[in-house]
Write a protein that binds this ligand. Structure first.
Ligand code: AMP
Ligand code: MG
Length: 429
């Protein structure tokens, strides 16, 4: 009988019948992993630690905003009717400063010196800015040089927010722009989704750690560091496990250890069809439930998603660019679901192709790219010139992935395409 592929090697292959597992689409894979991923319990963190975390509660205003009629300018609180004809001379009867208001009622013919952020006294209905006034020598009165309409430079109580209103929603990622809102409504602590504990484990007998000089036939591991970097950007804490050789016993031992302490285990390598690809065999022998193991994706077809005990497991392919792509489509999404994100997948947008790209007949492609704006203000995406899924140096400048649907042979320059933004903020390990 004519045989294709590697000869069947008993005991070595995890798939003795050589039956390929069913290939599912990227969107099916994302649906499955969302369905299998449970939210982690919430925890309270100080406001200073909140940026980047996912809100696990609605944020409710505990005061009106502004809490009182607030002056928007330094100047004089007046009655608009008193300054209808100008210049108008008014008697200064008091001062309202931020933090110390003037508590009496202002009457006709009177003005109160007022500062930005101070409460507007009762009886006043407008503020004239100081630049359009002149204090007379005696300081007891002020000349208003321009008329004002009722309401000028006053922000009425509750004009911005009413007490009891929901101002931010659970599931939103806290960013720096939201901090003022949290602080102003008294959230010294914020309830957020717990950070997932991620263990990363690179597999491959050719691997040495970054501080080693590779010997003959060896290479340095990069995947553990890539996954750690992206996992931190996704909000996780990361433990890097020792490298594992292509040995089912060693893999099983390490996987069993990792699932005891982590919410998610992310391995790389050893999931393709080679005779030394043992990750799936190790998972199966440990009794892991495999949800999918083949995705119609380029790069990243042999991606595995499984669970062992309570720990979710992503078995990513070994090639470094495949790792970056599959992490960001799948593991990133699961890590965000765990933290309670209402929008767990990466941001997407559309852009015009700067250069034509090729697709694949049976798989959806996610191709490394950068984004730029052209002279007319259109968002352009430039596919990077790369040598395939092992070309991590070409990938180093990628900020986005261009999506080419399965079955599309090529897309020409100038066409509109869907792009997924990579999380490339400054990161800490
Ligand atoms: P595999 O999926 O194990 O067949 O690996 C595919 C390719 O990725 C091979 O060339 C490996 O040497 C390479 N590779 C696997 N793991 C890593 C790693 N942790 N860091 C860098 N390259 C890797
Ligand atoms: Mg390998």
């Amino acid at each position: 009988m004519h045989q294709t592929g590697f000869p069947k090697i008993e005991q070595l292959s995890d798939n003795p019948d050589n039956k390929p597992a069913i290939m599912i689409s990227v969107s099916q894979a994302i649906q499955i992993l969302k369905a299998q991923t449970a939210g982690l319990p919430a925890e309270r963190v100080p406001l200073t630690s909140a940026p980047g975390r996912i809100l696990a509660e609605d944020i409710v205003a505990d005061t009106d905003l502004p809490p009182f009629d607030r002056a928007q300018m330094d100047g004089y609180a007046v009655r608009a009717a008193d300054v209808a004809s100008i210049p108008a001379r008014l008697r200064i009867v008091g001062e309202s400063a931020a933090g110390t208001g003037w508590r009496q009622e202002m009457k006709a013919g009177e003005a109160v010196r007022i500062m930005t952020g101070a409460p507007v006294p009762a009886g006043a209905d407008a503020v004239q800015q100081v630049e359009l006034t002149r204090e007379t020598d005696s300081k007891g009165s002020v000349e208003i040089l321009e008329s004002v309409e009722v309401g000028r430079s006053i922000v009425k109580q509750a004009a911005e927010i009413k007490s009891g209103e929901t101002v931010l929603h659970g599931g939103e990622e806290i960013n720096a722009a939201m901090i003022a809102t949290l602080a102003s409504f008294g959230y010294a602590e914020v309830k957020v989704g717990r950070r997932p504990r991620v263990a990363v484990m690179a597999t491959g007998s050719e691997l040495v750690d970054v501080d080693q000089k590779p010997g003959q036939d060896q290479i340095r591991d990069s995947n553990n560091y890539t996954i750690a970097a992206y996992a931190v950007l996704a909000g996780a804490t990361v433990e890097r496990l020792p490298l594992s050789g292509d040995d089912t016993k060693e893999l099983k031992h390490q996987i069993a250890r990792a699932v005891e302490t982590s919410d998610v285990l992310i391995t790389s390598g050893g999931v393709s069809m080679g005779v030394y690809d043992f990750t799936k065999a190790a998972l199966k022998e440990l009794g892991a439930e495999i949800f999918f193991e083949r995705v119609a994706l380029r790069p990243g077809k042999p991606t595995v998603f499984a669970r062992l005990g309570k720990t979710l497991i992503f078995g990513l392919p070994g090639n470094p660019v495949s790792v970056a792509v599959t992490f960001n489509l799948f593991a990133h999404t699961a890590l965000r679901v765990m933290q309670g994100a209402s929008q767990p997948t990466l941001n997407e947008e559309t852009a015009l192709l700067g250069r034509s790209v090729k697709g694949s007949i049976d798989r959806e492609s996610y191709l490394p790219a950068i984004l730029r704006t052209d002279g007319k203000g259109s968002l352009i995406t430039e596919p990077l010139k790369w040598g395939g899924s092992s070309d991590f140096v070409a990938f180093a400048h990628a900020t986005a992935l261009i999506n080419v649907p399965a079955g599309v042979k090529s897309i020409e320059a100038g066409e509109r395409v869907r792009v997924v933004d990579l999380p490339n903020q400054r990161c800490r390990f």
